[in-house]
Design a protein around this ligand. Sequence first.
Ligand SMILES: C[S@@+](CC[C@H](N)C(=O)[O-])C[C@H]1O[C@@H](n2cnc3c(N)ncnc32)[C@H](O)[C@@H]1O
Length: 220
Amino acid sequence: MSEASRDFVPALGQNWLTPLYDLTIALTTREGRWRKLLLKAADPQPEDIILDIGCGTASFAILLKRSSPQTRVIGLDPDSEVLMIAKRKASEADADIEFVEAMGDAPPESVQQAGVTKITSSLVLHQVPLDGKRAIIGKAYDLLPSGGRLHIADFGEQRTKLMRFLFGAVQRLDGVEYTQPNADGILPEIMRESGFSPVEEANVVATLVGSISLYRAIKP
Ligand SMILES: C[S@@+](CC[C@H](N)C(=O)[O-])C[C@H]1O[C@@H](n2cnc3c(N)ncnc32)[C@H](O)[C@@H]1O
């Protein structure tokens, strides 16, 4: 069995919902707001090589490429179906993005040797089991050079009753077991345990389905 065929939760929890992913995210997550913040934080430069882990339908990879056309952008995702949508969207947007089918903690040699300078990941870790969250963040640490940055946008600590209630919609789709550690605020802890320092939660965006945190972590 290839690494890419290990178990993963698809974009909206079920394969048959994947074609509805972009619309759902647009309608429920204040997508424009948090993607803009993530793009500003990642600050793509022409010399950067950026790996987007769990790129899904490539919405963020396309933004990276539009903002800095000379930046090499690699979108990695284990789901061949979502990658078909990603490739179509990238081609329609005339965005030259490299796509790789793999799990976030098991990138192929080509990615390991690429000289990645920054790593981004949006809305991925909340739907990954706890050991997978640790493995993906640990692998991101290994891939980055000293001074390299990891930028994550995902459902983080749900601090109010309202946000915890709204996040219930995500938990019904993706399951409580994988999502609850995020809601308890575990991501910055894992980043620190993996060696990143400093780690900061730069922004929190309240949405209709819970709050999305933007984290920035630097490899010392
Ligand atoms: C909710 S979607 C987010 C897609 C995209 N990053 C975005 O911002 O719209 C989560 C994606 O993570 C991928 N995924 C799930 N488990 C993964 C893993 N272990 N490693 C990498 N990607 C994974 C899924 O296939 C899915 O495309």
